[in-house]
Design a protein around this ligand. Structure first.
Ligand code: GDP
Ligand code: MG
Length: 661
């Protein structure tokens, strides 16, 4: 079943509302003022059963010049338009303005309904029809069928319905239900006992009762109480339907026309738009830079200024790239159409299509900006995504942010990302919750920076394994999240672009320098440690001969890294073999008695208390023992002395025994 919306257009009093009543049996003039004045002020809605069984939504728009904003709000989402022209008057100013608006908003499927034929004779009707054909020649309505009817007598209505059905079946393209739902609000009201109800035409996607949606641009999320389509409760509604939704958590006064309902976080509010602007052939004005305009898009009307990016001015029949600076925020999507009217006097001068709904502010006549806009005008969504990714070279951008910027669904973005990845244009780093995307160009640049930094570092510090990963992160990639940076480094080591030794990164094949200086210093350090045995020697007191202290530290660090020595305290180091020996002996002792004290360790290794304490602390650090009290703490067990430090054996996860001095 096709979901389509049929709308009216045409000069005031040409019989739009009467025609709808004749077609549907229902009146769309709802408001008291409308009834009293006999004119349509706001949008009117009803539905219409086509002979084939499909139910089409109908939107009746006002023809009066003063309510053109309502007319434009109604046009959004229309699949087919009945352009009503009264035979006794022919084409009038609002007929023309409505035609312009339909053309700017890209509504192509139209039927010219020549109404009030009962008021004129055949000859006159012929003349009017000829006049209409002439007027439409060369326009988007050139091939539109003209149907003669009388809404008053019902003459010609059957023929009209047949043509509507034929176009609905053969020509109307169904709206995209596979993307995110977007529902521009055209009415909001409250009903006692129900709360807030909004109506609109669902432009894309589907909405089900379980969905949570966000009201843009106000940013409130809302649950759905109920959905109605054509006056009936439904669980799900589809793109192309007129819908009424009862929302919780939101007040009527918070919502205005121009608000859009869509999934939370699926769009980004903006007060800047990059657009392609077309000025109407018939415009009496030339668009100059900084002109103040009324922007109509979706159901919103906003004031803005036009910054002409590639031209000094845009005359009738011409087009150009323009940045619109809005006086309020809205949420749109690339490809959305708009109309602009001159600020004062109000007249429609042009319109066009949104190329970038979330641009940065541009200066005029910037070649790269114009090139980007050209690409956004003709390119695919993947092209646009690549351009966004390029803009985030220092931070990378997440898949969900890309979806927000483009108002595409995460699935659509994922597809484009896959395509771009296959083309080698981007790289991705997947975390649990989101995927980070980096432009291949930026990644390549980063790689060069990184390799150069490493080469420089390796030349300056030959006795180091390389640069610390954390140091590289803070020096060169501070804006990239640490866990994403880790993935990046992981991919570089995997590809063999880098090598990693623990926390050090170096260029492939790099080796620390092991020359005579290294041999001399390392022998001096290890020799002194060996000689000291369990009476650990202070590092600063080891004589190493003349050597730069930094180099001495670097060589000590290599010995540590290679596991030849271990750190006992901040000042003392010893051979790993000694600590191995100590570990074995202590473990042996713990088998006999699960309590060990510093005094026992002192005696065991015939050393001082000063050295025994760090031995046990070291054993703690490698989880051989566990200290269970502080020096000033008292322990509950009777044989524990006051001021005891206790160590107990660690066995698996079980609570070990306690040891004292
Ligand atoms: P709208 O402003 O285009 O919605 O026009 P309305 O539907 O309100 O009609 C304006 C006036 O024209 C009303 O008084 C209608 O009764 C009258 N009218 C509409 N259609 C016909 C028609 O086919 N024949 C005649 N004689 N009058 C019509
Ligand atoms: Mg009307």
């Amino acid at each position: 079943m096709k979901h389509i919306i049929i709308g009216t257009a045409g000069h005031i009093d040409h019989g739009k509302t009467t025609l709808i009543k004749a077609l549907t049996g229902r009146n769309t003039d709802r408001w008291e003022e409308e009834q009293r004045r006999g004119i349509t002020i706001d949008l009117g809605f009803t539905w219409f059963d086509l002979p084939g069984g499909d139910r089409a939504g109908i939107i009746d728009v006002p023809g009066h010049e003063r309510f053109i904003n309502n007319m434009v709000a109604g046009v959004v989402g229309m699949d087919m338009v009945l352009l009503v022209v009264a035979a006794d008057e022919g084409i009038m100013p609002q007929t023309r303005e409505h035609m312009d608006i339909l053309s700017l908003l890209g509504i192509e499927k139209s039927i010219i309904v020549l109404n009030k034929c009962d008021l004129v004779d055949e000859e006159w009707t012929e003349l009017v029809e000829e006049e209409i054909r002439e007027e439409l020649a060369g326009s988007f309505l050139e091939k539109a069928p003209i149907v003669r009817v009388s809404a008053a007598t019902g003459a010609g209505l059957k023929e009209l319905v047949d043509i509507i059905e034929k176009i609905a079946e053969e020509e109307v393209v169904e709206k995209d239900t596979a993307t995110i739902p977007r529902l521009p609000i055209d009415r909001a009201f409250s009903l006692s006992g129900f709360g807030t109800i909004i109506t609109g035409t669902l432009l894309s996607g589907t909405i089900t009762k379980e969905d949570v949606l966000e009201m843009y641009p106000i940013g409130k999320t809302s649950k759905i109480r109920s959905i109605q389509v054509h006056g009936q409760d439904v669980d799900k509604c589809y793109a192309g339907q007129r819908v009424a939704i009862n929302l919780s958590n939101i007040k009527k006064r918070e919502i205005g026309r121009g608000c859009v309902l869509a999934p939370p976080g699926s769009m980004k509010n903006t007060d800047l738009l990059d657009v392609k602007m077309n000025i109407l052939d018939s415009s009496m004005r030339v668009l100059t830079n900084h002109t103040r305009l009324h922007l109509f898009t979706g159901t919103s009307e906003i004031l803005c200024r036009a910054v002409l990016l590639d031209k000094e001015e845009i005359g009738p029949g011409e087009s150009g790239y323009v940045q619109l600076r809005l006086e309020e925020e809205i949420a749109l999507r690339r490809g959305d159409k708009f109309v602009v009217r001159f600020y004062s006097p109000m007249e429609t001068i042009g319109g066009g299509v949104v190329l970038e709904p979330n641009p940065s502010i541009h200066r005029r006549f910037q070649e790269p900006v114009i090139e980007d806009l050209k690409r956004k005008e003709s390119g695919s969504t993947a092209d646009v995504i690549e351009m966004h990714v390029k803009n985030y070279k220092d931070t990378m951008i997440t898949l969900s942010d890309l979806a927000r910027l483009t108002a595409l669904s995460p699935e659509e973005v994922e597809q484009d990302i896959e395509e771009l990845k296959e083309q080698g244009l981007i790289r991705t780093y997947a975390l649990k919750k989101d995927t980070y995307v980096w432009h291949a160009g930026a990644a390549k640049e980063a790689e060069e920076t990184l390799l150069n930094a490493l080469k420089k570092y390796e030349a300056s510090y030959p006795y180091r394994y390389g640069m610390k990963k954390a140091e590289i992160h803070t020096n060169y990639f501070r804006k990239i999240k640490p866990n994403v940076f880790d993935l990046y480094i992981g991919s570089l080591t995997e590809e063999g672009i880098l090598e990693r030794v623990d926390e050090f990164l170096c260029t492939p094949g790099y080796q620390v320098r092991k020359d005579t200086l290294y041999d001399r210093v390392s022998a001096a350090l290890m020799g002194a440690m060996e000689k000291a045995g369990f009476d650990f020697v202070r590092y600063s007191e080891i004589p190493v001969g003349s050597v730069d202290p930094d180099v001495e530290d670097d060589i000590r660090n290599i010995l540590l890294e290679e596991g030849k020595i271990v750190k006992v305290t901040d000042e003392m180091y010893t051979l790993s073999s000694y600590m191995e020996e100590a570990k074995e002996k202590i473990q042996e002792k713990l088998k006999e008695d699960p309590v060990i004290t510093i005094a026992q360790v002192r005696d065991m290794f015939q050393t001082s208390r000063k050295s025994a304490k760090p031995i046990l602390e070291y054993m703690d650090s490698i989880k051989v023992t566990k200290k269970t009290g502080g020096e000033s703490e008292f322990c509950g067990e009777p044989h524990f002395a006051k001021r005891a430090v206790h160590f107990h054996a660690v066995r698996g996860h079980s609570r070990g025994n306690v040891h004292e001095i």
